[in-house]
Design a protein around this ligand. Structure first.
Ligand code: ADP
Ligand code: MG
Length: 572
């Protein structure tokens, strides 16, 4: 046996890199944590080839003096921890002092940093050894470029997935940082395309809207519960919007994204009664806890934590979420998260503008019925909404009488015609998914999806088939962005599998698929609409080819004519 010897630093770094650095997202994680620890107010991340070719993270934080910058590249060099006791009360994100040397050991690495404007240092590291150090003029802050991750370590390089997958991991990672730090501006670019731009947000709700999109954010229920030494707060999705995907859940402890069984279990208990098995509502959970009561040092990537007195944490989290869900019917103020202009979908309600309910009906309806000069009786077919009944039916008037319109089937008709026309022109606007969805399908459907990828693309579903039973969904038709993409795709491919034999030719199949997608994407009943939203829906409906019957053959509206009304009241 060879003699025992101490490993040289370079080798130790390479080994450590295996713990800290797994893929581009973990590099981004370490670099962004450093930027946050340096109190940056702007953090810009740029990638090429999903981070496989290049990762650059630039911040406007404290920066480093030349000597500190050189020291930072040495193993266990950290400015954040000097005494053993400090381990109990860590508030910064990094503290092991191994990230920079580990990353530098497995890439071509350039650190540019300045503690004062114009007075900077650039250090180039290749193969783990410092190649050059020079002065450069750059603004205060730090920029780290990591090129060719694992290029020199083929055994690890081959574990990297394709660019889209690696990119998706980075997007998730950056989104989580952005959720945890609303005061910091985050930007993420991939090959010149801006994927995320979150300017400093006034509060968490605003940041959540920036990251999840206004419409999704508006559907979330906020919660908050404080006990001595612990606070649980955040946002949970409504049970009706729950999806099979757990990755819509983001957990944070003291500003750090974590995976933790205690917390997910607590969340699960909170919604167990409201949500079907296997489904999970979206969840953004922040736990603020006395640092002495949580150990963050149990995992090299610091994604796992251990709580002292974990049952207290568990119950606080469960109760906080449960109370939000139980009062879900009684929290209209959430709709305030919706933007006042251009709501998505176009018909959605805002609290201020929602115009419905008996009081409003009594106030407004008689006036506009009597007011002959109002647009209500303008010539042509324009129907004007009077009220929304049970959040499901639009009561409207037109030149002939009073209309009762089923909002779901009306919207379905509108979507159907537009969508079909777009498919015919091969011009369906698509929405790229921030997080591509992996869908596991029955074998026959997976084969069908692969074989019909081109037709599906025409329908607005961009997917990649991996062989086997799995496909990855990268984009969906833009009009369907409100719908759980996986459920929508499953319905569609299920429908295609069912009808392929019976449908005669492409046009018929297309029609069926378009029908099915439109139905799923259309606004549902029990969904409040604004007055403007109702007007737009009616206007859209009456320019369709068939405003009275939905694509499935159900009636969309019925009319009580003035003549019928007058007869009923024996005025005639
Ligand atoms: P750790 O974050 O665990 O201390 P790192 O290897 O990530 O270890 O970083 C080493 C040191 O380099 C940090 O402690 C910090 O002093 C300095 N440093 C790293 N990145 C930055 C940055 N973006 N801005 C300012 N200082 C930084
Ligand atoms: Mg660090």
């Amino acid at each position: 046996m060879p003699a025992i010897r101490v490993l040289d630093d370079h080798l130790v770094n390479r080994i450590a890199a295996g713990e800290v650095v797994e893929r581009p997202a973990s590099v981004v994680k370490e670099l962004v944590e450093n930027s946050l620890d340096a109190l940056a107010s702007t953090i810009e991340i740029a990638l090429e080839d999903g981070g496989r070719r290049l990762i650059r993270v630039a911040d406007d934080g404290s920066g480093m003096e030349r000597d500190d910058a050189l020291l930072a590249l040495e193993r266990h060099a950290t400015s954040k921890l000097s005494r053993f006791e400090d381990l109990d009360a860590i508030e910064t994100l990094g503290f092991r002092g191994e990230a920079l040397p580990s990353i530098a050991a497995v890439s071509r690495f350039v650190l540019t940093t300045a503690a004062r404007d114009g007075d900077g240092t650039e250090i180039v590291v290749r193969g783990g050894r410092i190649e050059s150090v020079r002065e450069i003029g750059c603004p205060r802050g730090t920029s780290v470029a990591v090129a060719g991750l694992f290029a020199s370590v083929p055994a690890r390089r081959k574990f990297l997935r394709g660019a889209p997958t690696e990119l998706a991991h980075v997007v998730r990672m950056v989104s989580r940082f952005a959720l945890a730090h609303p005061e910091v501006r985050f930007r993420l670019d991939h090959e010149g395309r801006r994927l995320l731009d979150a300017p400093p947000a006034v509060d968490r709700a605003e940041r959540v809207a920036q990251i999840l999109g206004r419409e999704s954010a508006a559907k979330l229920l906020p919660f908050q519960r404080a006990l001595p030494g612990i606070e649980a707060h955040g946002f949970v999705g409504r049970p009706v919007d729950a999806s099979p995907r757990r990755d819509q859940q983001h957990l944070f402890v003291n500003g750090r994204a974590v995976q933790d069984r205690v917390l997910s279990h607590a969340a699960g208990e909170a919604y167990a009664h409201a949500v079907a098995r296997g489904l999970h509502p979206a969840l953004i959970l922040f736990v603020e806890i006395d640092p002495a009561r949580v150990d963050v040092n149990v995992h090299p990537q610091k994604t796992e934590v251990r709580f002292a007195r974990s049952s207290e944490v568990h119950d606080a989290v469960r109760d906080a979420i449960a109370s939000a869900l139980s009062s879900a019917g009684a929290v209209p103020e959430l709709r305030d998260l919706r933007p006042r202009t251009n709501p998505e979908p176009a018909y959605a309600a805002t609290a201020a503008a929602a115009w419905r309910g008996p009081a409003t009906l009594a106030e407004k309806a008689p006036a506009s019925l009597l007011d002959e000069g109002s647009p209500a009786v303008e010539p042509g077919r324009r129907a004007v909404p009077l009220a929304q009944y049970r959040d499901s039916y639009i009561v409207a008037q037109d030149a002939l009488g009073i209309l009762l319109v089923d909002q779901h089937v009306a919207h379905e008709r509108v979507l159907f015609e537009r969508y079909l026309a777009e498919v015919e022109r091969d011009a369906v606007p698509v929405q790229r998914l921030l997080f591509p969805v992996t869908v596991e399908l029955p074998r026959d459907e997976a084969v069908l999806a692969a074989a019909e990828a081109e037709e599906l693309r025409r329908l607005g579903f961009v997917l990649e088939a991996f062989g086997g039973n799995t496909i990855r969904l990268d984009a969906v038709p833009a009009f369907a962005r409100e719908v759980a993409p996986e459920a929508l795709f499953r319905t569609l491919i299920g429908e295609a599998a069912r009808t392929r034999s019976v449908a005669t030719g492409v046009p018929e199949l297309r029609r069926r698929l378009v029908t099915s997608a439109s139905c799923q994407a259309a606004i549902k009943v029990n969904y409040p609409l604004t007055h403007e939203g109702m007007q737009r829906l009616l206007d859209d409906l009456f320019v369709t080819d068939n405003p009275t019957t939905c694509p499935h053959g159900r009636p969309i509206l019925f009319r009580l004519t003035l003549d019928e009304i007058e007869r009923a009241f024996r005025r005639r």
